[in-house]
Design a protein. Structure first.
Length: 352
């Protein structure tokens, strides 16, 4: 009986192989000659396993396109790829956030650095950017994957306390607090934001707090509420160059309004550090970037980050290029920024 079973199994395997062969033959028969050649003579699984196909991890070695042609979607170059998030620190931080019903921009905006920041990276220190006021935004910027709604759920009154408790328990030296836009609230959520900062400072007076805020529709009173909350760094992102604002951001946001937010924060508290971020790869020119940096310095912005835009889903703006420029950090420092960070994976709150 066992021998019959083996024979039967062998017959089934031969039949399956024959069927696969005929299927492959039919598929190849319908392809153009050049594609047939690629499939028949190209690398196979053994090439990848053996490592004969070397990684192309540098600008000079990479042979793929760095600028998008009309109608195509750029593939992510190897140096912009990151590891799948995992590890003890990552899981611990994730579980803490879930248990306290907290949100992070790391998850909601699909940040490529989440594995390194949450996992502790090179030095084993986990960091996260807490996103206040829920996970639903009233605006719909074309680069952002955060959920949107005209009227999001009501604010959680326990969120400031839970946020302060979680961060204090992590024992961090520096934390970034950000939020969704809440145009449905009279003050844009400024009081809620400020209360979180105050409660955190009560628990740990030595912790440095960066607040990455919305524009509050340019409301100076809301900006002042945040400035006087006890924060150390006031951050607000202009996102892109002036010429691309309407194409990239929600219509309720614009470059002039964002500049006024940063300027007013500095005016109210000259000792405060101000910070902003720009995405690259959306179609901007070098001259436009340089003019934008000049405008930011004119508004006395202290710190600047420049990073590669990465399309979060197919519904969002496509990447037009992977800029190869390595001089922007030097230019930023020459213009007088206290700190400039530029690189493919740099984000406004990355390892802040």
């Amino acid at each position: 009986m066992r021998l019959l079973g083996v024979k039967k199994g062998a017959e089934l395997l031969r039949a399956a192989g024959l069927a696969e062969y005929h299927t492959s033959y039919r598929l190849l028969a319908g392809l153009p000659d050049e594609k047939k050649d690629l499939i028949q003579n190209g690398p196979d699984l053994r090439d990848f396993i053996s490592g004969d196909l070397a990684d192309k991890n540098t600008w000079s070695d990479y042979k793929g396109n760095l600028k998008r042609q009309k109608g195509e979607r750029l593939k992510l170059p190897p140096w912009a790829k990151t590891k799948i998030p995992m590890g003890k620190n990552y899981n611990k931080l994730k579980n803490t956030l879930r248990s306290l019903n907290l949100h992070t921009v790391c998850e909601e905006a699909r940040c490529p650095n989440i594995g390194e920041c949450w996992g502790g990276g090179e030095y084993g220190t986990a960091t996260a950017t807490i996103m206040l006021m829920g996970d639903t935004c009233t605006r719909g910027c074309r680069f952002c994957s955060v959920k949107t709604a005209k009227i999001p759920p009501a604010l959680d009154p326990e969120e400031p306390y839970n946020t302060a408790k979680a961060i204090a328990d992590w024992g961090l030296d520096y934390v970034v607090l950000t939020s969704v836009d809440r145009d449905d609230l009279p003050d844009g959520g400024a009081e809620h934001f400020a209360r979180t900062v105050s409660l955190l400072k009560e628990r740990n007076s030595k912790i440095l707090i960066e607040c990455l805020t919305p524009d509050f529709r340019g409301d100076k009173k809301a900006i002042e509420t945040i400035v006087h909350s006890g924060l150390d760094v006031y951050a607000h992102n202009v996102e892109t160059v002036p010429a691309l604002q309407r194409q990239v951001r929600d219509p309720r946001a614009n470059f002039e309004q964002s500049i006024s937010v940063l300027s007013h924060a500095k005016y109210v508290r000259p000792d405060i550090v101000t910070k902003t971020s720009i995405m690259l790869g959306l179609g901007e020119t070098d001259d436009q970037v340089y003019d934008t940096l000049n405008a930011l310095r004119g508004a006395e912005v202290d710190c600047l980050t420049l990073g590669q835009y990465m399309q979060p889903t197919k519904r969002h703006l496509k990447v037009t290029a992977h800029p190869q420029d390595t001089e922007r950090q030097k230019i930023g420092n020459e213009l007088g920024f206290l700190y400039t960070a530029s690189g493919p994976l740099v984000r406004s709150s990355y390892k802040a």
